[in-house]
Design a protein around this ligand. Structure first.
Ligand SMILES: [Zn+2]
Length: 68
């Protein structure tokens, strides 16, 4: 399963159950919304797989990714 490459996030999928009205449980997966983006780290263009939450955070505060 794809994983967010941002340090301190590492968001991936989770597993859980579909629960029908008759209360039957069947396994399902919840996948994180991972997108491939081009980011500029220390003046270099780098492709990274990031979750959309981290992309949004990066857009709001571009210094947040420097730590990774
Ligand atoms: Zn993330």
């Amino acid at each position: 399963m794809a994983r967010c490459e941002v340090k301190g996030c590492q968001k991936s999928g989770q597993s859980g159950n579909n629960v029908s009205h008759s209360n039957r449980h069947t396994k399902r997966k919840f996948s994180a919304n991972i997108q491939t983006t081009t980011v500029i780290i220390k003046g270099k263009r780098t492709k990274m797989r990031m979750c959309t939450r981290c992309i949004r955070t990066l857009y709001k505060s571009p210094t947040s990714l420097i730590a990774s």
